[in-house]
Design a protein around this ligand. Structure first.
Ligand code: NAP
Length: 597
């Protein structure tokens, strides 16, 4: 077992009390309200595409086999797997100007993947591509998405810069009617939605923001015409500018060091500090990749997912800060030999020690003790998504960079020349919102449009009391309709979302392919099979209420409100168990739980 320094009950109580005090500061925070703009309506200006102009086109009125809403990797994987099933007319629809989804939008300086590119970037073997670096930069990942779309012929019928406004099932005709903000009326036999968990951007509800005379934008709409440069070059436009960045999550960690290098003055407005573990990026040796046996990517993905789920492996193939964290923090094999209470206590101690090492890294890297102290996170490690960076902390040693610790409160207000925090005015030319994305995980809040199934039933109405699906990918009374599950969605939960998405895409393509081979036009979940899966989710859901309630507010505990219905959970077994359920189901070949007509 990892050596854990002694921590007695009194020490642990003191740690818990410190964490509680820090959490409460944030719970009482004044600026928790957020705005999630739609493409039509208040805040729509924050959604304008700064990368590619919208080209006028005539509305489309036609019929296709499949519409896929969302052309990020989820939609692309749906498309690739459907092509393998022989599907002809596939139409991708996306609000972006091209494929790539989250990687189309998030081009902020310093943007990169925080899961190893060899397991994150899908279909590397199929496309014969070797990523340049262990953690790929955003531009390389976007280029890979485009390559994938070309390889599988997914550009042919695609509609970009197009927001779906409604999906409606027409029972008489036996197809979906897809309407969009470009006046399109598309009939589709099947509709697949792949919204991604980070599709709906979140803005702070900041009084006075309208009166601010400077430039404001969200990190997922980076305005390079203002800042100069691109995601990897000099931001020359900021040399004479005072810039504020709000938000210090994974995005803030990556863009702060870049802006710090070029802005005349940078204020980083912090509400809760992130953990910042070692990144250790380095080039990938293409020869090493060539030396691997076919199937290496799937094996590496399985290995990573197993390590993070606590499944014993012969060798930790990825061996990075993620696997190190999970190996030491959550799944020390010795925990299994202890009583649940003793194991829980040791985990808490291990967590504390891990957080202490995070805090001591800050003290080593940040010269000013007051700034260093303010950057230290006081909560359990897995309360928030862990952060990784090797330049973020040192950015605060630059004379032009100031950390503004809002003590859990966020910004108070904006005014004509800047923002007000803790009663103090900060003059700014530019305010950058690294404030993340909506945490909605179901229905309209997640998709941004209404889905109307049989007899006028909407997805919102159906899921008002909680999610209800078979395997997270389909739901009864919504025929020929499939979802790419995201977080909290009755499916597998992996840090490497791409891994799970590959399995989901394969499953959905198989169902559509097999139903077609059997001559069926309509395939729909049987309510009894759906109820049984919901019960499985409930039975297997780990009870994390107490842990999450003690956490600082964040995505995982619904900003501290913790109001998610119990069934809106991930499958409680390991991700690989879930993948095996799908695989065995396909092998049985009887489309169990679906009705064909
Ligand atoms: P995030 O993790 O939700 O962080 C948002 C930040 O904005 C937090 O620091 C939050 O403070 C702050 N904030 C939100 N509302 C605020 C307000 N009203 N006033 C002041 N501060 C406010 O968003 P993100 O950093 O964009 O990351 C989102 C997700 O994207 C991550 O969980 C990760 O999965 C993914 N991501 C991945 C990568 C990658 O490398 N692959 C990179 C970037 C993002 P609090 O902490 O106090 O709430």
């Amino acid at each position: 077992m990892t050596d854990q320094p002694e921590l007695n009950d009194t020490d642990l109580d003191a740690v818990r009390e410190k964490y509680r005090v820090e959490r409460d500061k944030r719970l009482e925070g004044s600026s928790r309200a957020v705005v999630v703009p739609d493409f039509t309506g208040p805040g729509a200006e924050y959604l304008v595409d700064p990368y590619q102009p919208v080209v006028e086109r005539e509305p489309v009125n036609d019929e296709v086999d499949v519409v896929i809403v969302g052309a990020g990797f989820g939609g692309l994987l749906f498309g690739a797997n459907l092509r393998d099933e022989g599907m002809q007319r596939i139409r991708l629809i996306d609000t972006a100007g091209d494929v790539g989804g989250v990687w189309y939008w998030n081009r902020y300086p310093g943007a990169m993947c925080d899961v190893e590119s060899l397991i994150y970037m899908p279909l590397l073997e199929e496309l014969g591509y070797v990523p340049k670096d262990r953690y790929a930069k955003a531009a390389e990942i976007l280029a890979h998405a485009k390559k994938l779309a070309k390889h599988y012929g997914l550009y042919d019928d695609a509609l970009f810069h197009t927001a779906v406004t409604e999906l409606r099932w027409d029972d008489e005709e036996g197809h979906w009617l897809v309407t969009t903000n470009r006046g399109d009326q598309i009939r589709a036999l099947h509709v697949l939605v792949a919204p991604g968990p980070l599709n709906r951007l979140r803005l702070p509800d900041l009084p006075g923001l309208d009166s601010f005379k400077g430039r404001v934008f969200h990190t997922s709409r980076w305005d390079y015409s203002y800042t100069g440069g691109d995601s990897e070059s000099e931001l020359t436009g900021l040399r004479d500018k005072a810039v504020g960045i709000v938000g210090t999550g994974a995005t803030g960690l990556q863009c702060v060091p870049q802006v710090a290098k070029y802005a005349k003055q940078l204020y980083v407005f912090q509400r809760t500090p992130s953990t910042v573990a070692v990144r250790d990026n380095r080039p990938i040796d293409p020869e090493w990749v060539k030396s691997q046996q076919p199937g290496w990517q799937a094996r590496r993905q399985d290995n990573f997912t197993d390590v993070l789920a606590g499944v014993p492996v012969d060798e930790d193939l990825v061996h990075d800060s993620w696997t190190d964290l999970y190996n030491h923090l959550l799944y020390d094999p010795a925990f299994a030999e202890l009583s649940p209470d003793a194991a829980a206590k040791l985990r808490e101690i291990a967590d504390f020690n891990q957080m202490e090492s995070v805090r001591s890294r800050i003290a080593t890297e940040v010269a000013d003790p007051q700034t260093a102290e303010a950057l230290k996170p006081y909560y359990a490690y897995t309360c928030k998504r862990p952060g990784f960076h090797d330049e973020y902390l040192a950015s605060f040693n630059r004379p032009n960079v100031t950390l503004v610790d809002t003590q859990g409160q966020g910004l108070e207000a904006a005014y004509r020349d800047g923002v007000i925090v803790n009663g103090e005015k900060y003059e700014l030319d530019c305010l950058i919102l690294a404030t993340g994305f909506s945490t909605e995980t179901a229905g309209r809040g997640m998709l941004g449009y209404e889905v109307v199934g049989r007899d006028g039933l909407t997805l919102n109405e159906k899921w008002a009391g909680g999610l209800s699906t078979l395997h997270g990918i389909a739901t009864s009374r919504f025929p020929n309709f499939f979802l790419m599950p995201g977080n909290y969605s009755q499916s597998a939960g992996t840090v490497n979302l791409m891994h799970a998405m590959q399995h989901h895409a394969k499953q959905v393509a198989y169902i559509i392919g097999e139903a077609t081979r059997r001559g069926a036009r309509v395939v729909e979940v049987d309510p009894e099979a759906e109820a049984a899966w919901v019960q499985t989710i409930l039975d297997k859901a780990p009870d994390r209420k107490e842990f999450l309630a003690a956490c600082t507010p964040g995505r995982d505990n619904y900003e501290g409100a913790n109001t998610r219905p119990a069934q809106n959970a991930l499958y409680g077994g390991t991700p690989r168990e879930y993948f095996e359920i799908l695989e065995k189901w396909r092998q049985a070949g009887d489309l169990a739980g679906f009705r064909l007509s």
